[in-house]
Design a protein around this ligand. Structure first.
Ligand code: AMP
Length: 284
């Protein structure tokens, strides 16, 4: 496995591999890799001739006062995890390599960026889209692997990729969870023991909401009330939002129908966790 730090070298290695007929799989990450990230790398390795993993804590997607400064980092551990999962290349750019000081372009995606995370973190998705567009441009034609853990991010990346006709096939991978249901996240490391044990409430609240939908509840407000009720049973949890929305647009359009996505954001002290779960309404 090779570690590459510059745009020019990564481009030339991937271009030459592709000209020899190799297919490229790409897994963008912010590092501190866990089994969720590893599942994306393994999905890429199994479907492509060459897999590149990027590790870049993207400052643009953190607002002032968010956890950029305390975001966990373990470059050596990440490289071991990439190698063990079968990655061929790790792209490890500096902030300056990604964002030269005179950079003045931002990619903003309308529509699906705006609700939920877009309301709670108004600059977040422009930061994500700017980094992902740049990474897609550097990596070139590929399959790119994203986790359903960040459901809205996946929708934003799909929208951007289609709107900009980027030569990338976006592949989504299922959420990897701890045995007790907590979705794996680099941020879980910031939870105290007590917060960690209460953090299972995110998944439990989503399952309770899904049970209502699957029993025939079509009023999104009732499903959101149920998710909110379950989250409130965890004394240390503060709900940011609970949503029951169409899985593709993420914007309510009357009674629940078809594929529904339930999404929650919950704070435990300084740590903000998100999770989501898919279910199907009895109304087509
Ligand atoms: P991050 O490093 O948090 O930016 O995540 C990089 C990628 O890993 C994103 O596509 C995430 O959706 C995905 N990911 C993070 N956690 C999980 C998880 N628990 N299961 C599946 N994918 C995940």
């Amino acid at each position: 496995m090779k570690v590459i730090e510059t745009v020019a070298i990564l481009r030339s290695v991937l271009d030459s591999q592709r000209s020899g007929g190799a297919s490229v799989g790409f897994v963008p990450t912010m590092g501190y890799l866990h089994a969720g990230h590893v599942s994306l790398i393994e999905a890429s390795v199994s479907a492509n001739d060459l897999t590149v993993v990027s590790i870049f804590v993207n400052p643009l997607q953190f607002a002032v006062g968010e956890d950029l400064g305390s975001y966990p980092v373990d470059i050596a551990g990440d490289q071991r995890a990439c190698e063990a999962a079968g990655a061929d290349l790790v792209f490890l750019p500096s902030v300056e390599e990604m964002y030269p000081p005179d950079r003045s372009t931002t990619v903003t995606v309308g529509g699906v960026s705006e609700p939920l995370e877009g309301e709670s973190r108004p600059t977040h998705f422009a930061g994500v889209a700017t980094a992902v567009a740049k990474l897609f441009s550097i990596v070139g034609p590929c399959r790119a692997y994203f986790g359903a853990k960040d459901w809205q991010q996946l929708a934003v990346v799909r929208r951007m990729t289609a709107d900009l006709s980027l030569p990338v096939e976006v592949v989504d991978c299922p959420i990897v969870r701890e045995p007790d249901g907590l979705a794996l996240s680099s941020r879980n490391t910031h939870l105290s023991a007590e917060e960690r044990s209460q953090a299972t409430v995110l998944h439990r609240s989503l399952l309770a909401g899904a049970a209502l939908v699957e029993a025939g509840e079509t009023n999104p407000a009732k499903v959101e009330e149920e998710i909110t009720r379950v989250v409130a049973t965890a004394a240390l949890a503060t709900l940011d939002y609970a949503a029951a929305v169409p899985a593709d647009t993420l914007v309510a359009d009357g009674a629940l129908h078809g594929e529904v996505r339930l999404l929650v954001a919950v704070r435990f002290g300084r740590c903000r966790l998100i999770d989501n779960h898919g279910c199907r309404s009895l109304i087509p």
